[in-house]
Ligand binder design. Structure first.
Ligand SMILES: Nc1ncnc2c1ncn2[C@@H]1O[C@H](COP(=O)(O)OP(=O)(O)O)[C@@H](O)[C@H]1O
Ligand SMILES: [Mg+2]
Length: 237
């Protein structure tokens, strides 16, 4: 009896832990000029978190810190319990998927299919497994008919879906997306919303950086405003 109560308490503590935890995080591109100013916050997988705020406020910089791409100059970031300073980028990638503001920066391979499978092949995953997973991703993101295309010839929306497929094939626990609706028409935006909602329902944590009010209002459960490198509002719906 006593044991099961303790277990339940322990379980509650575990699920209430933030997946990404920032403590007094500062970061600057140049010495003596902090772009991120002493931010402490915790992101939970159970939320759909949106980051908003004016251009130049520090959202992209913060996103890269949370994805382990940049390391804080002061303070600490725990990603699933491990300090981002101790995590190699490859190890972070298994936990966090990060979509760059410009998805072209994430395209490497000569064909759509190879671009999607690149990271799994690199990791040495068995070929049959890779093909199966790639097929599933191409179906979800409506890329099957483009499998042999050169990625740079794709439209903005297709490139976006390709970048997402390449990220999600790694089955990350948490996704950080920087301005994912840029260049998408209303229909494509709707499709992206549905995909993200579904992933969130399946337990993938979500943090979306976006100016797009309608998109944010439709999806998010928590909205964090970043202005001048500070959190100026943090509201749950
Ligand atoms: N690579 C960089 N080198 C120097 N300064 C940068 C770099 N990237 C961004 N900045 C500066 O950091 C500030 C925050 O930028 P950013 O994080 O891109 O904000 P947001 O995504 O909210 O528009 C801006 O003043 C910007 O000019
Ligand atoms: Mg930005």
């Amino acid at each position: 009896m006593e044991n099961s109560k303790n277990l339940k308490e322990a379980y509650n503590e575990v699920i209430l832990l933030g997946f990404i935890k920032l403590s007094n995080v500062c970061f600057g591109y140049k010495d003596n000029q902090d772009i991120i100013k002493n931010i402490s916050l915790e992101l939970f997988k159970e939320d759909f978190t949106a980051f908003t705020g004016p251009n130049g406020g520090g959202k992209t910089t913060l996103g890269k810190l949370m994805a382990g791409i940049f390391k804080p100059s002061r303070g600490d970031i725990l990603i699933d319990g491990t300090n981002s300073k101790d995590l190699k980028l490859g190890a972070v990638g298994k936990k966090i998927g990060y979509l760059f503001q410009n998805p072209e920066r994430q395209i490497f391979a000569p064909t759509v299919e190879e671009d999607i499978t690149f990271s799994l092949i690199f990791k040495g995953v068995e070929k049959q497994q890779v093909t199966m997973k790639a097929q599933e991703m191409m179906e979800i993101f409506q890329l099957s008919h483009l499998r042999n295309q050169f990625p740079f010839t794709l439209s903005q929306g297709e490139k976006q879906r390709l970048a997402l497929a390449g990220i999600l094939i790694n089955e990350p626990s948490f996704l950080i997306l920087d301005e994912p609706t840029t260049g998408l028409d209303i229909e494509r935006k709707g499709q992206l919303s549905s995909i993200l909602k579904e992933l969130s329902k399946r337990g993938v944590g979500m943090a979306v950086i976006s100016h797009d009010d309608e998109f944010i209002q439709n999806l998010s459960t928590r909205i964090i405003d970043i202005v001048g490198g500070n959190v100026i509002a943090d509201k749950r719906k």
